[in-house]
Design a binder for this molecule. Sequence first.
Ligand code: SAH
Length: 250
Amino acid sequence: MVYFIGAGPGDEELITVKGMKRLQVVDVVIYAGSLVSKKLLDYCKSDVEIYDSASMDFNQVIEVMQESHNKGKTLARLHTGDPSIYGTIKEQMDELDRRNIPYEIIPGVSSFLAAASRVKAEFTLPGVSQTVIITRLEGRTGKSEGGRLDELSKHRASMSIFLSIQDIEGVVEQLKVGYSEETPVAVVYKATWPDEKILRGTLKDIADKVKAENIDRFAQILVGDFLNSEYEMSKLYDACFTHMYRSGTK
Ligand code: SAH
């Protein structure tokens, strides 16, 4: 049995209880050493076999899964954040399907949620935005898989941009097509890790701030008026508002 487990954003207490309990009992662990905290491995039993996927290619990862399966061992594949987001989990699952190796997925706290918690923000503010776009700068293939940043920026939604901090200037340039220059931006480097850094600015100045701090990897770029704006009070707690569970007082 293979368990794909979301390790959470960094802080070893941000794995789910279910994920932690699995880690405590598995025989083998494959984890992404560059992005997943080693402290999570402390949950494992003492004779666990550990592989760092940073130094393995796809076939080697699958081979370890196959061998563990053949020997009747349980294996945890630890993915940073949640495996369903930029996790390359699909190709692994498809290969396991072909090989009839059973697997289960245990979700995790994605880094975009961790980043929002660190800047104490709510993505969905009434009267500001009720839509969250999760995206990245397009890859080297130049393909537009659902919209380039400049097109997406026209929605003026709350946005979380992964895997793109290395070209913050390119990100800003595209975002300025739809958002105003004054739109707030927060860059969260290594959210919930001990060396986390938070930079706040606007589309006008965030690129300079990122360059000054030499941040070129491992960061979330959060964009949108949800970061700093007037909003309407949620109707949910409004005394005049009647909803399913409460009757209004008027
Ligand atoms: N599955 C992961 C994302 C993997 S892609 C998730 O759900 O978060 C790796 C990218 O995720 C990084 O380049 C960075 O953009 C982002 N990321 C992962 N962990 C992060 C963290 N702790 N703080 C900020 N960004 C992070």
